[in-house]
Design a protein. Structure first.
Lengths: 400, 311
């Protein structure tokens, strides 16, 4: 990245960067429905198709339910398939998401994360993806446009791997990322084609091998079929690592399952996902200047939850601050908080590393570096004074 | 092959695309109709099914009845699944030389009239080349006979029972074919398994068009309509002969009654053989019977006028 000349960077919004990558990925079918804030992605793709720059079928469906339904059907025929949605759209797709993963369709979907109604709100939070986190999809969070662009290629390569065959969601924060313009280092079309040759499905819908897709399975088989999704999911961390290595050789860019910053000697770890990672990183460097040993862990691979990649960073920390941009009303923790606590419990670190779980930024409410500093400073003080760390879920940034 | 008019049933011998041993009820009108549609269909063929009796009885994992590629996703999205397959094969054939296929989507009346209407409308509007066949047994039979938008006036179902205050369904049947025809698709028709030649030729005609087509198939249900399993085809024939189920087509907007019924049998003949409707013959339900008769007559007369217009 550091060796790049400025002229090699193309100014693009994250949405445009994703659309450009999807074009270079030479997808066959796009089925999508407009919803803010992902609309730019499908607008650009429509232009590519209508201008003959991308040989694909754009199915302009009448709902997100149909978007995902058409994607699943197209994927079963062996096509490379992409779609994009957000918020209510993802919620409307909900039942189809499970069909996509259980029928092992390597669909890639960009999710411009947005709050869920009511009240209706078009701005960012992670309620949409958290509501569908158990649907059997691989979920990746990106922190900027460059990651979003790169992850498109990696996502297809990962999804279409015969040992994986799972759909992948690329989560980008609505507006914060979807509409933010930055310089993107792109790869050439030929490199894209080498990294991602046309999909070669082993089984597909065709009269040359008539097969039944989507049969009716009763208690004697249903459980085994569902279990295969869990088995495939277990293979994802290692497979993504391999895919990233290949991509690194081509581009020099690698992201990993988690983004770690100054975690080596950190006493208080800050955990978050999405665009807040950049702000949090700045906050951590400021805290270090003040002598507070803070570290950052940004969750980049969210499903499967990369326990093995997170543990080495946190095992010697004295407290974790987990920032969730979604709530789970009535649950003991918010979604990422639940995962982190389960991870620590299983690793036998429950007593060593207390977790403070914050719910922040719902409906697009911004969070500043100063706020991250304030939160971590307080926890660091408690740690130093050996005071009991506050437990439970704290709703941060509410009007008083 | 499989494109011209079917003149003799011998032409359909050996063209079965479903294996014996499926788990539908004895005398299932849907399976008879589906089998006829498939025998008449052009090939190579891909079949899509909505969640329905057809799907449940034909694919108890790890077994399948289907000799053709078959896809089922959910209840309300058979038309969309067909769209996705059609779009994919179009582009895969263009880019990589994959063979294109004919596509038939089957949905029951619940999956078509009600929960799947939006998906159907979208697919018709987008103009995908596929044939959608709604096999209509006039209620949610798979879940145990609940009323749907296709259930006729007065019919007893488990959610429109014959009570002491309210007798059966209080609303008329939705006129689905008119909704479909309003999309100005090239071909839409009704059919009945009792009139196999009419049905077979409608399938052939539907598949000759490079766009969406639709067949509305009556599917008498022994469990939900309450008649002896040996009587399925007779009940279907009575539906046609009483003008309850007019056989007609809308081809490029032109209406034509394909099986004229100049001397119809009284509607009572159709009602009395099924326990779901026979209570309409009781004196206390005379008003409801008249409303149902009026619906049937008005529909027929309208179709006749339209057929004359386009003759």
């Amino acid at each position: 990245m550091s060796l790049l000349q400025p002229k090699m960077l193309r100014p693009m919004s994250t949405s445009e960067a994703i659309a450009y990558a999807v074009k270079q990925a030479n997808v066959d079918v796009i089925a999508a429905y407009p919803i803010t804030p992902q609309t730019i992605i499908v607008e650009r793709l429509s232009e590519y198709v209508n201008n003959g720059e991308l040989d694909a079928e754009y199915v302009a469906v009448e709902s997100e339910h149909s978007a995902m339904s058409a994607c699943v059907a197209a994927s079963l025929t062996g096509a490379r398939v992409f779609t994009s949605t957000a918020s209510q759209g993802l919620a409307l797709m909900h039942e189809v998401l499970y069909v996509a993963s259980s029928l092992r369709c390597p669909i890639v979907m960009a999710i411009a994360n947005r709050a869920l109604s009511a009240p209706i709100n078009i701005h960012c939070d992670h309620s949409d993806v958290m509501g569908s986190r158990d649907a059997g999809w691989v979920h990746i969070f990106v922190e900027n446009g460059q990651q979003a662009y790169d992850r498109v290629f990696q996502a297809f390569r990962l999804a279409e791997d015969e040992d994986v065959l799972l759909p992948v969601g690329i989560n980008l924060d609505g507006f914060f990322l979807s509409h933010a313009v930055e310089g993107i280092a792109t790869i050439s079309d030929s490199k894209a084609a080498t990294f991602l040759p046309p999909r070669k499905a082993k089984y597909y819908v065709d009269s040359s091998m008539p097969m039944t897709f989507g049969a009716f399975a009763l208690p004697d088989w249903y459980f085994e079929i569902k279990h295969q999704v869990a088995i495939a999911m277990e293979k994802v961390p290692k497979k993504l690592e391999e895919v990233e290595k290949l991509y690194y050789q081509m581009t020099g860019r690698i992201y990993g399952h988690v983004g770690a910053y100054k975690t080596e000697d950190a006493e208080v770890g800050l955990v978050c996902a999405g665009s807040a990672a950049g702000t949090a990183k700045y906050a951590v460097s400021r805290l270090r200047e003040k002598g507070i040993k803070a570290g950052l862990l940004s969750i980049r691979l969210f499903r499967p939850f990369p326990v093995e990649s997170i543990l080495p960073h946190v095992k010697d920390m004295r407290a974790l601050v987990v920032m969730d941009r979604a709530m789970s009303p009535g649950a003991p923790s918010a979604p990422i908080g639940q995962d982190i606590k389960t991870m620590l419990y299983d690793a036998g670190l429950r007593r060593n590393i207390p977790v403070v779980n914050f719910v922040y930024g719902l409906g697009g409410r911004d969070i500043s570096a100063a706020e991250f500093e304030e939160i971590v400073t307080k926890v660091a003080k408690d740690v130093k004074a050996r005071r009991r760390i506050q437990r439970g879920t704290i709703y941060w940034g509410l009007r008083s | 092959m499989l494109v011209g008019e079917v003149k003799s049933i011998r032409e359909l011998y050996g063209l079965d695309l479903i294996a014996p041993g499926h788990r539908a009820c004895a005398g299932c009108g849907a399976l008879v109709g589906v089998r006829q549609v498939l025998m008449a269909s052009r090939r190579p063929l891909i079949v899509v099914s909505a969640t329905s009796c057809l799907e449940v009885t034909s694919t108890p994992y790890p077994q399948t009845m289907w000799k053709v590629p078959w896809v089922h996703l959910l209840f309300e999205n058979a038309a969309t699944a067909a769209s996705g397959i059609e779009a994919a094969l179009k582009v895969l054939s263009r880019k990589y030389g994959r063979q294109e296929h004919y596509i038939i989507a089957f949905g029951g009346d619940g999956g078509t009239f009600d929960i799947g209407l939006q998906a159907l409308s979208g697919a018709l509007e987008r103009g995908h080349r596929f044939l959608y066949v709604c096999y209509d047994n006039e209620a949610y039979m798979n879940t145990g006979i609940q009323r749907s938008g296709a259930t006729p006036l007065g019919a007893a179902t488990t959610t429109s029972p014959v009570g002491t205050k309210i007798v059966g369904k209080t609303q008329q049947k939705k006129d689905l074919l008119e909704i479909v025809a309003a999309h100005r698709i090239p071909y839409a028709a009704t059919a009945s398994p009792s009139h196999w030649k009419d049905l077979a030729n409608k399938v052939r005609k539907a598949q000759s068009y490079d766009g969406p087509s639709f067949i509305h198939l009556i599917a008498p249900c022994t469990r939900g309509w309450y008649f002896d399993p040996s009587q399925t085809i007779k009940v279907a024939r009575l539906a046609v002969e009483t003008r309850y189920w007019p056989l007609y087509e809308v081809e490029n907007g032109r209406y034509r009654i394909t099986h004229p019924v100049p001397n119809p049998k009284p509607l009572e003949e159709f009602l009395k053989v099924q326990r779901r409707l026979s209570h309409l013959l009781l004196p206390e339900n005379a008003e409801m019977l008249e409303r149902l008769k009026a619906y049937v007559n008005e529909r027929w007369e309208r179709l006749q006028r339209l057929s004359v217009c386009f003759a």
